[in-house]
Design a protein around this ligand. Structure first.
Ligand SMILES: Nc1nc2c(c(=O)[nH]1)N[C@H]1C(S)=C(S)[C@@H](COP(=O)(O)OP(=O)(O)OC[C@H]3O[C@@H](n4cnc5c(N)ncnc54)[C@H](O)[C@@H]3O)O[C@H]1N2
Ligand code: MOO
Ligand SMILES: [Mg+2]
Length: 397
């Protein structure tokens, strides 16, 4: 049986490039940018007034002029008005372009207006105040956002501001989630005494939807022939198959055999880990990648985060961020020689350290317990006792 580290290495040796596509910028949040976003104009594109008030020439004020005749009013979006005489000003609004003949803006709070005349009530005025100068932030042609970044809400706004109605993004794989098992009924159905409702497909879909991955879902019965037929279709129609269940040693666990019959190369089956020991991973010559996760809900959920999401992001070229570590809050013992992914609740202590408090449940079938957890921490194989205060890698969800 291979170790978690070997399994990770093998999974990451199967990265695929699905190319790029253009999408509307409004739908691009969460996707990986495949082009630089460049400033089409200086930012700001004109000397932008930052307060509501009057625009004057500072020289006129410093030569002793306290009263300015209001030559006109300029709203944001108006063509700039010109001041022709030194004792003139323009009433001007936040967001307006500063008239070329003015160089300073004074807030309404610092003036009094009477009979078309603005009187300045403060002594301390500096030339250029309350102006956000053209090009102060970025110059035309500057790269505002580099290709390879995951698109955040501010990046959507930046795209809008430079007129990028369409953005090139990394294409995502076409994913199908396949669950199996005759004991599993539809959500709407009333389970018999020996049945349960299927849930793993919904959990997996919810995680993938959060990543922007469109998912199809299928459920197959524990039937060898049907299993092989459905998998064959999926291998030809999807880039990634995520399976849940049917990979252990049961008489009706047909998945590994069916996958191998379909010429999907097994790259490993079984990893020294809990949960998720019977994880099967492989690939087809046509490029399809198969993650067949063990059916116990916590096993499927953990493996999805630990292996599939890492594979997805590495394939999209997102630089793997440094691992996050948390401090174990209390001693924990785990005897089997397996890596153990312990469910934890995360919090911060008074020193602002990330603390992982074990959320003990009843093993990998105890999905209800996941509601009280925020993450797994990875306790390495080869040790039995893990001490409060030690640091362990976190997989948050
Ligand atoms: N003799 C052995 N038996 C088992 C071993 C072993 O090493 N030797 N490993 C155990 C471990 S660990 C796991 S995990 C499970 C994995 O089993 P399968 O991948 O074959 O999954 P199933 O048998 O189909 O189901 C397991 C369990 O999970 C429930 N399940 C499955 N799919 C769903 C779903 N979509 N929604 C909700 N629940 C689901 C299913 O009802 C079972 O209770 O094998 C152990 N056995
Ligand atoms: O893979 Mo299992 O999840 O250890 O029950
Ligand atoms: Mg089984």
């Amino acid at each position: 049986m291979i170790t978690v580290e070997e399994a990770e290495r093998i999974v990451l040796s199967q990265l695929r490039d699905y190319g790029v596509e253009a999408i509307g910028f409004e739908h691009a949040a969460g996707r990986i940018l495949a082009e630089d976003i460049v400033a089409d104009r200086n930012l700001p594109p004109f000397n932008r007034v930052t307060v509501d008030g009057i625009a004057i020439s500072a020289r006129s004020f410093s030569s002793g002029n306290w009263h300015f005749k209001i030559a006109g009013t300029q709203a944001a979006g108006d063509q700039p008005l010109n001041i022709t005489a030194g004792d003139e000003c323009v009433e001007i609004m936040t967001g307006a372009a500063l008239p070329p003949s003015a160089d300073t803006v004074i807030r309404y709070e610092d003036i009094a207006i009477k009979d078309g005349l603005a009187e300045i009530n403060i002594e301390d005025i500096s030339i250029g105040q309350n102006i956000h100068f053209e090009g102060a932030d970025k110059k035309r042609g500057d790269v505002l956002v580099k290709a390879g970044r995951q698109i955040t809400a501010p990046i959507v706004g930046i795209a809008a501001s430079v007129g990028k109605a369409e953005l090139m993004v990394k294409k995502l794989p076409r994913v199908v989630v396949i669950t199996s098992g005759d004991e599993l009924v539809n959500v709407e159905d009333c389970p018999g005494d020996y049945q349960i409702r299927r849930s793993n497909n919904y959990t997996v879909s919810a995680v993938l939807q959060k990543q922007g991955v469109a998912v199809s879902t299928l459920h197959i019965p524990d039937d060898e022939l049907v299993t092989e037929q459905v998998l064959e279709q999926c291998i030809n129609n999807y880039d990634v198959l995520i399976l849940s269940g049917g990979v252990s040693m049961g008489k009706f666990d047909y998945i590994p055999k069916a996958l191998e019959n379909l010429q999907i190369t097994k790259l490993f089956h079984k990893v020294k880990q809990r949960p998720g020991k019977p994880f099967w991973f492989g690939g087809h010559a046509n490029g399809a990648v198969v993650f067949a996760f063990p059916g116990n809900p916590v096993a499927t959920f953990m493996c999805l985060h630990k292996y599939f999401l890492n594979w997805l992001y590495a394939g999209l070229g997102v630089s793997v961020t440094k691992p996050i570590y948390a401090v174990l809050a209390s001693d924990f013992a785990f005897k089997p020689d397996l890596s153990y992914f312990l469910q934890v609740a995360l919090s911060h202590d008074e020193q602002a350290r990330l603390v992982a408090t074990p959320v003990e449940g009843n093993g990998s079938g105890d999905f209800a317990n996941l509601a009280d957890s925020d993450a797994f921490i990875e306790l390495p194989a080869g040790r039995d006792n893990f001490m409060a205060g030690e640091l362990f890698k976190v997989i948050s969800f």
